[in-house]
Write a protein that binds this ligand. Sequence first.
Ligand SMILES: C=C(O[C@@H]1C=C(C(=O)O)C=C[C@H]1O)C(=O)O
Length: 453
Amino acid sequence: MSLTEYQDTVDEVIIDSDKEYITLHIPIGEYDLSHAQIFTYFKDYLGERYWFQSKDNKFDNVGIGYRASISRDRFKVKRLSEEKKKLFDSIQMVSLTEDLSSRLSLFGGVKFDDKDTTDEWSDFSMAEFHLPVFQFDLIRQELFYTLPQNTQKLSEAFEELQETLSELSETEPDTYEGAEVNIIKDIFPDEWKKLVDEAVEVLDDETFMKVVLARQRLITFKNSLDPLYLIERLKDETGTYTIYYEKDSSAFISKSPERLFEIKDDYLWTNAIAGSAPRTLDEAENEYQQDFLLNDEKNRYEHELVRQSIVEDLKPYSSVIKYDDVPEILQNKYIYHLHTPIEMRLNDDIEIFEILKAIHPTPAVGGLPKQIAKNYIKEQEYGTRGLYAAPIGLIHENNDSEFVVSLRSMLLSRTSATLFAGCGIVKGSSADKEFLETDVKFTPMMNVLEVEA
Ligand SMILES: C=C(O[C@@H]1C=C(C(=O)O)C=C[C@H]1O)C(=O)O
């Protein structure tokens, strides 16, 4: 079926003058679009584009152009909830056929904490979510096209859109160049180890049990990083989330294994992930590492703390919370983690930002007790986390949502990349071992950039 057949439907739409935007919801199966085509065709939108693919491939969304945004300097649940509602309420949705299943979403995130933003993160606000002009759902083959209610006649806009889509489907993806490395430099590696040692000194079994300490690696390039190159490289590792998020002259990229939560029809799914061991190409070694992880006291203890804390944080929002006592192994390309899935039924009328505030930062990326760990990180860790280890994801109109803990990530400017990786420090941790673990956690981004340390 071709889109021209919907022209009558569009012509008959009665415009609701109370709304600020009209969103056309359109099947695009006839066009067969690729990520590379979309990012090639919409070059001019550089700085206002994203790609979000979930680990289970339930979502593969590309957003182009930020038509409207919620952007706040402070993470205030009430204000954000009001603004989100106001934005969704200002849209007149026009679905061209009844059998569409995709949902319009806001995409964005909330920074790890409110530590003074150094220049490197200044393109992103504390909390920021975007309604795209074009939201492509490449799994369901549907498009949301949002335009201001008053710009032009809707039927003309629809004709133009069809032209855009045919041009897009005929677009040859641009060729691109790889990244030519200038310098690779760990930021303050010795100081980081010293900080870990100091943390181990203050940590105990009761008052301050865990803190996650992160470090950075800076890579500079001789040429500017081509978005298309990055998009193609991001496809290399499967089984993780993919986040590619352009904002003004920065881009943030993550290949995270970790879901913060998913909410669907009053149910919430989350997980405890803590405890790590490297995965190699040697099967016998891998068997050993998994076995070690499942039975190692330190890793199991750390994992248990994380799980307990998440369950405690969510208790006020649910009367039914389910999980197993024994963790499973979560397998990524370069690393194994201990993993416990958690499922709960949400009480009525829970705001998504409330859940976000309650659950973030999980002790997998902050520590325990939460507030002490958060303060410790803010005061002691070098630099600013910004969107590293922060919640990033999609919020749909009805509160259904999916958020990622943006690990295995980097912040890009035109010719440099800052990679982030951290690990949980508990009493008895060894700085050298943890240093190696952060090395392993840099691997997904090193691999995206095709560089070796
Ligand atoms: C903090 C990171 O990872 C987290 C810390 C882990 C650990 O300490 O074992 C494991 C998985 C993640 O929850 C990171 O990747 O930067």
